[in-house]
Every structure is written in C-alpha cells, then in structure tokens.
Design a protein. Structure first.
Length: 162
C-alpha cells in the first residue's frame, strides 16, 4: 500500500516553519521570504535553506500529550503538525511508556475519525476528504474508499457514491 520511502517523500511536501536569515525571493519557486519573519515553506525548501545557512528551523509542537488533548477535544480531525507520524515514530522509539501510550491513542483517535467520516461520506455520496487530513492519512482514506466502493459494486451491485 505505502512504503516508508513513499512516506518520506510525503513528509518532504508538508509545510514547516523557518526563520530566514536573509530576504529570499524566487520566481521559480513562487516564494518570497523576509529576514527574521517566521514563515511556512515546504519541508524540502526548508531543508535546503537550513543546510545552506540561510534559515533557522522553528521546532514543531512535539508534545504528544498536548496533541492528544487537542484530538480528544475536537469532534473532527484536529490540526496537527504535518510531520505527526515522524513525531509518533520518534516517541515509540524513545521507549517512554507514557509517550508510547499517548502516541498509540492519538493514532487510534485519528483513525476512528477518518473511518467515521468515510462511512458518512459513502452514505451521503460526498467525495470531499475531511479537513486537516495528513498526506499519509489521505493515502489510507482513498484506498479504503475505493476498496469499499469496489466491494459494493461487486457484491451489492451498486457503486455507492458514483
């Protein structure tokens, strides 16, 4: 379905915050950055600017407990850092029992919301993905949606949400 390599490529496309050390303007990239002004840019652009010493990274919110609290208090998918699954992998590797439990609960809550939304979208024939869905989750959402629609077509004889 999705490899770790694909997951890495998806993480390059997400936006991260940086603070440029100089004014940067690129017509090719379609960006204009101002010195000392916190800005969001695609991860791959940030990596290049940071490597060349032209920007400093702004650390993302990595407190799993805070992210879990936001997810618990939101009916829909909460807005989380685009590198959430990298943060979760890091938390699971660290071996901290509390972080590990919170990370697993966060993933389960997001999966539950995605599946609930998918079920409702099939009933309402809505093709719009949920707000705040991450690229990795979008892969899962589209895969499950197509699998369910194919199953409906094969066994029920009607393709829901055509």
């Amino acid at each position: 379905m999705i490899s770790r390599r694909t997951s890495k490529i998806l993480s390059w496309s997400c936006d991260v915050k940086i603070i440029p050390k100089i004014d940067v303007s690129s017509e090719i990239l379609g960006i204009r950055l101002y010195r000392d002004v916190e800005t969001e840019v695609p991860n791959w652009v940030a990596e290049v600017l940071i490597r060349e010493g032209l920007a400093d990274p702004v650390p993302p919110e990595e407190d799993i407990g805070k992210l879990l609290f936001k997810e618990k208090t939101s009916i829909t998918l909460s807005k989380v850092p685009c590198n959430l699954y990298q943060i979760i992998r890091k938390a699971l590797i660290e071996g901290d029992e509390l972080k590990e439990r919170d990370a697993k609960e966060l993933v389960n809550r997001r999966l539950h919301k995605i599946l609930t939304y998918l079920r409702m979208s099939l009933m309402l024939e809505d093709r719009t993905p949920p707000k705040n869905i991450l690229p990795e989750e979008m892969v899962l959402y589209k895969f499950l949606r197509e699998a369910i629609l194919a199953w409906l077509d094969s066994f029920v004889g009607e393709r829901g949400g055509k």
